[in-house]
Write a protein that binds this ligand. Sequence first.
Ligand SMILES: O=C[C@H](O)COP(=O)(O)O
Length: 254
Amino acid sequence: MRKQIAAANWKMNLTLQQGEALLDGILGKVSAPGSNQQVIFAVPFPYLASAQQKIAGKQQVFIAAQNCYNKKAGAYTGETSVEMLQSLGIQWVVLGHSERREYFGESDQFLAEKVNIVLETGLQPIFCCGEPLQIREQNTQNDYVGAQLKASLYHLSAEQVQKVVIAYEPIWAIGTGKTATSAQAQEMHAFIRAELAKQYGAEVANNISILYGGSVKAANAQEIFGQPDVDGGLVGGASLVVDEFVAIIEALKK
Ligand SMILES: O=C[C@H](O)COP(=O)(O)O
């Protein structure tokens, strides 16, 4: 059965001290996640080790990297390998966030290579997809997102693809305060699941968690997460505030 997941993406925010206080605050307040729920914190690279120590012994709570490189090791100054992440105990990596695609020119092919190395090393990707405003206005978002999935994921086996969590993040809703309506989120999530079912069969598609991202906050989480094909969220701004993110975790389906 697929998991219900609240994933925090801190992006390039917070000092180490602020990050530690945030993590302590959230972990001190939130009830223990249920066995079908997971909480993931995607923190900046320099904080991975300390964050990993803070969650030690907590069931269903994980730390994620926000990125990784597509090569195993070598002369790639400034990059971080999946093996390095694994050596810290990290089990998750966010890949293909629209900010990486836009500001760092990450292509579908490059992301397919990153997906491969993450899975081959034994970690799990949170693979982001989503359309810009212009595409939504043309009503071609299904084609756009379908092409992103095909280009970066469909070479995977059925066994591998079930280790991927997909995060649908309409770019026009990220950090804008403009959330997709719960109906828009459900419509796209159902489309993504139907596409996965076409490629891998319904059983596999039903095992894949699909998160919504884009201005999720305490006030709208329950309604969005309540949609049948929405399995939680990838949360930016609201994940930086203790009470907001605690409420978002509590809004996950049981
Ligand atoms: O990774 C998270 C998404 O980009 C959403 O960010 P946001 O919640 O600040 O809109």
